[in-house]
Design a protein around this ligand. Structure first.
Ligand code: SAM
Ligand code: SF4
Length: 329
């Protein structure tokens, strides 16, 4: 059985982008009220008293957009300085990163994934739902700032949407030729925007690899992460290419993670809420750390069964009403 030792922590469900694949156009999302967000102290208590004693040692901060979270740098410093933290990473859209990269690095963050779906500012703005002044330049500046302060590995996440950015796949892949960056192509999942998904559908990792092979050639990489990506390289490139194929392949049996939402719900699976626990209410009503641990242990025990249900429930064509920004991507 897989050791479950990786917690993805959503810090906020709000976002300064409105990516087409993540948020339904025009729909008003019910944002979590500030007083309902887990505080930094509550997150640290949960880590120290519940998750770390249960063997968790890898943490990723996400959202919504985590750079919007008040008190972020202090939280990063506190988590990074826990002796049991083996890995602390963040997923961000990078828009506010240029001014925060150094502070986050100094606070102890070492790994960062930045979403970048296009090299073309117009396409980028279309995808992120921006109608004002282009946001591409500032996002790119955030990526360069992260590179300059020394984030390693620096990963770029690309969700590939047919007809929107799939033709850019070879150019995005080429970013790895001269830089030690990891560009990861993510298959578009039917979470967040049903209309877009039914109009555009999704494109498989293998089709993307064919495009890259035709332009640059492609070899399997000896580098292997501990996540779900299959890793390749353009021959002679400094960086790598990852393919996350949750639609064309099922990697539930390799899953080593659970997710904590910004309002304190612990979910066993991105796509399945079965057995989820409201840790915030438990914490605020004074339940002892031992009882909290027992609740989480029970969820971890049923996770393989939940993964199995997920694999067999036809979810690869199903539709999820909660967005990635709400669940914590
Ligand atoms: N705001 C940050 C960002 O965009 O990187 C972090 C949160 S976001 C929800 C986390 C990841 O989920 C991003 O890499 C995003 O591309 C991915 N994502 C969101 N909706 C998706 C979907 N429908 N299919 C595949 N990936 C999705
Ligand atoms: Fe915001 Fe990230 Fe969702 Fe885009 S993918 S809308 S940046 S939470």
């Amino acid at each position: 059985m897989n050791k479950i030792d990786y917690l993805r922590i959503s810090l906020i469900d709000r976002c300064n982008f409105r990516c087409q694949y993540c948020m339904p156009e025009g729909a008003e999302l019910d944002y979590i009220l500030r007083q309902e967000l887990l505080t930094n102290e509550e997150i640290l208590t949960l880590l120290k008293k519940v998750f770390i004693p249960l063997g968790f040692c890898k943490f990723r901060l996400t959202g919504g957009e985590p750079l919007l979270r008040p008190g972020l740098v202090n939280l990063v410093r506190d988590i990074a300085s826990l002796p049991q933290t083996q890995d602390l990473a963040m997923t961000t859209n990078g828009f506010l990163l240029a001014n925060m990269a150094r502070e986050l690095y100094n606070a102890g963050l070492r790994r960062i994934n930045i979403s970048l779906d296009s090299l073309n500012p117009n396409t980028f703005d279309t995808i992120i739902g921006n109608r004002g002044r282009s946001r591409w330049q500032q996002t790119w500046a955030g990526i360069l700032a992260a590179h300059q302060v020394g984030f390693d590995p620096l990963k770029l996440n690309v969700v590939v949407i047919p007809g929107l950015n799939d033709s850019e796949v070879p150019d995005l892949a080429a970013l790895t030729i001269d830089r030690n960056w990891h560009v990861r192509f993510i298959e578009f999942m039917p979470i967040g925007n049903n209309t877009l998904f039914s109009q555009r559908a999704w494109i498989s990792s293998e089709q993307l690899r064919q495009q890259i092979r035709a332009r640059w050639g492609l070899i399997e990489s000896s580098v292997r992460g501990n996540g779900p990506a299959d890793v390749f390289q353009i021959p002679g490139a400094k960086g790598t290419l990852g393919f996350i194929s949750q639609m064309s392949e099922c990697f539930c049996d390799r899953c080593n993670r659970v997710r904590l939402s910004a309002d304190g719900w612990l979910r066993p699976c991105l796509l399945n809420e079965t057995g989820q626990i409201d840790l915030k209410t438990a914490l605020r009503t004074g339940i002892s750390p031992d009882r909290l641990q027992a609740k989480v242990r029970k969820l971890l025990e049923i996770k393989p069964e939940i993964n199995f249900q997920q694999r067999n429930s036809g979810t690869q064509t199903g539709w999820y009403s909660r967005t990635m920004s709400q669940i914590g991507g």
